[in-house]
Design a protein. Structure first.
Length: 258
């Protein structure tokens, strides 16, 4: 187990790396990786053994299973969720997002509610989106309403996945994303809501679609952030709806948008 001073140093290094302006986000690295390319059986076996080793070995194993899928790692990842080291917990959560394991879901949900480390909760927000067939909507809604910006950002995307897997939750998720698009103080969160609403649109009733379109139009016209306005417009254009495209053209003709 790491000593207290070592743990503090590790967290400081982690936070510094994640906050560097040009540093890639670990979630982006996970999403960008193709599954299981160029990994031999010997490498997989070594990584599985590393998961039960010391700190450095465990981190090596976790790094591989954050990027590659192998069901044999799943039960070995679960004990690491209880580690006193947030870096190990965060990495184990990412790995369980790449390697979904239904037996781990109750513990992941509990940890999402209780873990004090925001990096771990951010990882959990992403990972729960890979368990969308389960009932994860309630936890993600709470996070979208009350957690920090990074957790809210990933909760919005995971909520869309959950709603698409559970049509009975489309209404509540759409309503929450529309509200967040209006009131969230972070532009990146509002942009992610606009993108997510565009994904939900084809699955909604005609009445819900009209509310969604109006919400995106209001963001396009009135959001204070240029990026959010652009994302709202892109979401509307991608609906490929003649009436919506006509309204956009009218706004262009009237000089209200470029």
């Amino acid at each position: 187990m790491a000593q207290s001073n070592d743990l503090n140093l590790e967290l400081e290094l982690l936070e510094g790396e994640l906050q560097e302006e040009n540093a890639p986000d670990p979630l982006d690295l996970i999403d960008a990786e193709g599954p299981d390319q160029g990994i031999s059986e010997a490498q997989l076996v070594e990584a599985l053994e590393n998961l039960s080793g010391g700190y450095d070995q465990t981190m090596q194993g976790l790094k591989l299973f954050c990027e590659h899928r192998d069901a044999r790692c799943q039960p070995l990842l679960v004990p690491l969720l209880q580690s006193s080291c947030p870096i190990l917990r965060m990495s184990a959560v990412y790995a369980l997002g790449r390697n979904p394991y239904s037996a781990a879901l109750p513990l992941l949900q509990q940890q999402f509610r209780l873990d004090s480390n925001s990096y771990v909760r951010k990882a959990l927000a992403w990972t729960l989106g890979n368990y969308a067939d389960a009932d994860v909507t309630g936890d993600l809604l709470q996070a979208l309403r009350f957690d920090n910006a990074a957790v809210r950002l990933w909760s919005a995307g995971s909520l869309v996945d959950a709603a698409l897997a559970h049509p009975d939750q489309l209404d509540v998720v759409t309503t929450e994303l529309l509200l967040t698009l209006q009131v969230d103080r972070e532009a990146a969160v509002r942009s992610n809501c606009a993108w997510g609403l565009g994904r939900l649109h084809p699955q909604l009733s005609a009445e819900q679609q009209l509310s969604l379109e109006e919400g995106l139009l209001q963001a396009l016209l009135h959001d204070c952030d240029t990026g959010v306005r652009q994302d709202a417009r892109s979401a509307l254009e991608q609906l490929d709806d003649g009436e919506v495209l006509g309204r956009l053209q009218t706004l262009v003709d009237e000089g209200l948008i470029g």
